[in-house]
Write a protein that binds this ligand. Structure first.
Ligand code: N01
Length: 531
């Protein structure tokens, strides 16, 4: 039997939960379909040891309900995964969301019917839903990169992916553990695993820049100051470059400061910790000279912390500018290499050749281990959507439409796919920002749109192909003015073999992007076709 709804929302993470709440407020009959067994999205799946947010807790939360914000008490400067998941469960309870969320249900396909102007959505379990709107709240980093190492199936011990960590946790006591990858997930988990395991061997293909979190209990004065000025803080977040204020963006140019002055700025920010260093100067991400100054400072810090000079040199990034791969925020990452039970293998020097029954073999030797942790990241930004069979006008599939890389108008809609929306889709600030701020902006914008369509009795909205083309050009042009495209990052799909090399997020800034989206809406949804 076909279920009829106003809207299907795919995913019960931070986006899907809020979208459901807003749709209910509009009187729409919406239902969320979620592959996992509970709410939380990213924070439901990523349970690896050490997982925590790297934006300060008071900033990384919903802003739509002041009561919610005032009643929830964060305990740490950077909340750990269990606390964030508890928060999201609290939100689900507080707003009674679960009665409209169907868990353990993966969406298999969504097809637009041109005759009716509606979508037919199918679940993997065989249910069919007829809906006016489909909102993909599928997340930017929700599909783990599949390990594809030669010989991996031979390995006799357990293997884990940081993005799909067992709910019951893993006890590494007495074990020798291989960790493959050195991105944020690895950098957070390695210090924790090393506390427990007998031996940890880190297999690094590309070193990452990481800055200390200086995590600790959240300071009462920080919370008080945030809440005392709550409305203004939230508004400033929404209009800021990256959706959070604690980065404390500096307008000064690194190249115009004297050596001592520049050094002082960097030292101060290193001492504060977190992303502040990424915002130390306005020219870091556009001027190679300024960038090299910050990169050199970071390299000095690595050499200061890591006692063995050979290991330190291996940990210093060399082949991409500072911050053009997502900056990591750590608790004791470089320090972990001073432990006797941690060894670093540089896969650029000695590439990984195979996984064997008992461990990992590189061109430099065999490493026997009891367990392997794959911290190899995600098929980012497009991975979740490319795994659903989505077809729009004329039966065109999203896969085909995006064969050369994702194309959207404002990261919100794809030409030829009416009434199909992507929350924090490619072409929006998304992963270059505080995700919750960007999620709320998209969901609020969509809610206003749904209200508008309801008021005027409109059946469909779609992106005009020419607005999409212009937007894609603008997104590319914005990226090309920065150093970001130089790095082989997941922002460009470079971590997934065969993925088109396209800079996917919009780098123009959260505030500028919001202003633009608001102007589009105020001008009768300029660039969209409404019927
Ligand atoms: O994944 P990654 P992640 N052989 O893609 C290596 C967010 N996040 O899960 O750089 C050997 O960054 C790969 O090497 P290389 C955050 O946005 C947030 O750590 O491709 N190595 C790299 O070192 C983050 O950026 C938080 O050469 C292989 C690593 O695996 C994003 O999620 C916490 C390999 C993958 O790093 C992804 O982070 C965690 C291979 N075949 C994550 N394939 C917080 O907010 C890949 N690698 C705290």
């Amino acid at each position: 039997m076909t279920k009829t709804l106003d809207a299907v929302i795919i995913g019960a993470g931070i986006s899907g939960m809020y979208m459901l709440h807003r749709m209910r407020g509009l009187g729409l009959n919406a239902r969320v379909y979620e592959a996992g067994a509970d709410v939380g999205g990213t924070w439901y799946w990523n349970r690896y040891p050490g997982a925590r947010v790297d934006i300060e807790s008071q900033e990384y939360s919903y802003s739509f309900s002041e009561e919610l914000e005032r009643e929830w008490k964060w305990t740490e400067r950077y909340a750990a995964q269990p606390e964030i998941l508890a928060y999201l469960n609290h939100v689900a309870d507080r707003f009674d969301l679960r009665r409209d969320i169907q868990f353990d249900t993966r969406i298999a396909s969504a097809a637009f019917d041109e005759a009716t102007g509606r979508w037919t959505v199918k679940t993997e379990g065989g249910e069919t839903i007829d809906a006016k709107f489909v909102v993909a709240a599928t997340g930017c980093l929700s599909v783990p990169n599949e390990p594809k190492f030669q010989g991996q199936d031979r390995f006799k011990g357990p293997t884990y992916h940081t993005g799909r960590w067992p709910h019951e946790g893993v006890d590494f006591t007495g074990k020798r553990v291989a960790v493959i990858g050195t991105g944020s997930s690895a950098i957070q988990s390695i210090p924790q695993i090393a506390k427990q395991a007998d031996k940890v061997i880190v297999f690094q293909r590309t070193p990452n820049y990481s800055v200390p979190a200086h995590n600790g209990p959240i300071k009462p004065e920080v919370v008080e100051a945030w809440l005392a000025n709550r409305d203004q803080n939230r508004q400033e977040q929404r209009l800021s470059p990256a959706g959070f204020l604690s980065s404390n963006a500096n307008e000064a140019l690194a190249t115009q400061l004297g050596d001592n002055e520049r050094r002082q700025v960097l030292e101060d920010r290193w001492a504060v910790g977190g992303f502040t260093i990424g915002a130390a100067f306005a020219d870091i991400s556009v001027d190679p000279v300024a960038n090299a100054m910050v990169a050199e400072f970071a390299a000095e810090k690595i050499r200061e912390i890591v006692k063995d000079p050979k290991t330190a040199e291996k940990l210093v990034p060399r082949d991409y500018p500072f911050g053009t791969k997502r900056l990591c925020v750590d608790t004791g990452y470089y320090e972990v290499f001073n432990r006797d039970n941690v060894e670093l293998i540089d896969l650029k020097e000695t590439p990984l050749s195979t996984i064997t029954e008992t461990g990992v073999t590189t061109t430099g030797g065999d490493f026997e281990v009891d367990a392997i942790v794959f911290a190899i990241g995600f098929d980012a930004m497009t991975g979740a959507l490319s795994r659903i069979d989505i077809s729009g006008r004329g039966g065109q599939t999203l896969k085909d439409a995006w064969a050369e890389g994702p194309k959207t108008y404002l990261g919100l809609m794809v030409a030829g796919f009416p009434n199909f929306f992507t929350v924090t889709g490619p072409g929006s600030p998304s992963v270059l920002s505080n995700m919750i701020v960007s999620i709320e902006q998209h969901v609020d914008w969509l809610s206003d749109l749904f209200a508008f369509m309801g008021m005027y009795g409109l059946a469909t909205i779609e992106a005009a192909p020419e607005s999409q083309t212009a937007w894609v050009e603008h997104v590319n042009e914005a990226a090309s003015k920065t150093l970001y495209p130089v790095a082989n990052s997941w922002y460009l799909g470079a971590n997934v073999p065969g993925k088109p090399r396209v800079f996917m997020p919009y780098i123009g800034g959260v505030g500028a992007y919001r202003t633009l989206c608001d102007a589009v809406a105020a001008n009768g949804y300029m660039g969209f076709k409404l019927r």
